[in-house]
Design a protein around this ligand. Sequence first.
Ligand SMILES: [Zn+2]
Length: 332
Amino acid sequence: MVKIFIDPGHGGSDSGATGFGLREKDLTLNIAKRIEKILLLEYDDVQVKMSRTGDQSVSLKARTNTANVWKADFLLSIHINASGGTGFESFIYIGNFPSRTATNQKRNILHNEVIKATGFMDRGKKEADFHMVRESHMQSVLTENGFIDNAHDVNQLSQSSFLDKIARGHANGLEKALNLRKKSAEQVSVVSSSKGEMSNERYKVNKTLDGYYTAADAKAEVNKKTKVEKGDYFVFNRFEGMINVTKVKGSPGSWINSKNNTRTKPQNTFLIKVKANELWYYNKPDWNAREGTVKIGDVFTVVDTLTVNGSKMYALKSGTYITANPQNVEKL
Ligand SMILES: [Zn+2]
């Protein structure tokens, strides 16, 4: 288990730097949350703790104390620069400390990955006497992600897709620097909406829902993209109960949180009885997602019928899934 402490700079009464209507404290929290989500959704054996999760005032001392008491393996402090300039720079502590060489190696990896993901102008790998990197007992790095008073940087920092690139760069850097293990390729590939299948599966949205850019956003219900109107859709992708619905088959649409799509058609539900002696059920519409077994004679309420890899599957009222093969289950 790798414990990563993420520190969104500033907060509460301390706005940090400001410019063009943006506040550093909002951007640092936004980026930090995106990094947290990527780490938790895409990697195994990672724990993340944040110095703040909302717009709170937290002293520098409280931040490093929390990280030290928690015994984080790595501390990442996120900031936005100001006062004339453009681009990205990163800092480690300027003084002497035992893990200086290892810290610098990790910083270099992280720094290069952020530059690669964002295309930021590279202002260099630096050292400073900042509280966050001086008072933290674990290896630590502070990043300055663009300038809030530079029109070019602010234009980029105003785009959700660019904040994703910043987060992705940090996550890639943490992966390499800390040897994080990715979840299975299949799980990971569906986190972004860039991949999906030319599926014939249909999905009915029963009321207007919020649509999101990624499955992670839909799960956390943050960073709304659009409204998804009531109606019939194709399923572009599914991930952990989140569904990417689209009007254009084969093209990504928006992610919705399916638990918000209250099913309003009870007449479409029906009961099934298990015919096989023992039968797998699944925690998501995926034949690999076996959760446990049910027994002959067990009865369940079916709320939906799906096609998964060419075979029919029933979605059950309980939120789990089971085969629809009539050799194994019978409709009542
Ligand atoms: Zn700052």
